[in-house]
Design a protein around this ligand. Structure first.
Ligand code: GLN
Length: 191
């Protein structure tokens, strides 16, 4: 198994460090050839700034190959801005990026000051996990019945899955808890 990590901007190195701890081979995707030469078994889209990442994905001609691979079933894991890249609809932004996941999300959903905090919450069948939110989006709702809710905090959906796509509003790569990365690796393995 080899995991690709989109490394255009944002917290990509931290995902790499988590995969190192789990002893899972991974590589960084910076150019379209990094992706096309040896397509990964699973792809991580890190947190950062979704607008910048979306712009770079287009400029580097990475948007369409990644989009097609996701639609063909490649497992993908988007954290925070990564979730915004996946969402089909952004409530407070006209831009769309990969737009492969039946989610409506809201950017900077907690306001600028309240946007960063840490809590704990139940995630799928993984028990309680730490959740670090940084100018985080939240999931306003699912756009189809294929989307399952995996976690909620204060009545808001903060993690969801649609078949091969996993998206979380928080940053599991900034904690010591590997549960959510393990959950994603299971998705990759069982493909
Ligand atoms: N606020 C950022 C955006 O809109 C996401 C923040 C993050 O990834 N931590 O893209």
């Amino acid at each position: 198994m080899r995991i690709g990590i989109l490394a255009l901007q944002g917290a990509f190195a931290e995902h790499g460090a988590m995969l190192d701890r789990l002893q899972v081979p991974h590589f960084e995707i910076r150019q379209v050839n990094d992706f096309l030469q040896a397509p990964p078994d699973g792809l991580i889209l890190p947190g950062g700034e979704s607008t910048t990442m979306g712009k770079l994905l287009r400029e580097l001609s990475l948007l369409e190959p990644i989009r097609q691979a996701i639609l063909a079933g490649m497992p993908v894991f988007g954290t925070c801005a990564g979730l915004l890249l996946l969402a089909k609809k952004l409530e407070n932004d006209d831009r769309r990026h990969l737009a492969t996941m039946d989610l409506c999300a809201q950017r900077n959903a907690y306001g600028r000051q309240l946007g960063s905090y840490e809590t704990e919450g139940a995630f799928a069948d993984c028990g309680t996990v730490p959740m670090v939110f940084i100018r985080a989006p939240h999931i306003v709702g699912a756009l189809s019945e294929e989307v399952e809710t995996l976690a909620q905090v204060n009545g808001r959906i903060v993690a969801a899955r649609q078949k091969n796509q996993l998206a979380v509003c928080f940053h599991p790569e900034l904690t010591r808890d590997p549960s959510i990365h393990r959950y994603f690796l299971q998705m990759v393995q069982s493909r």
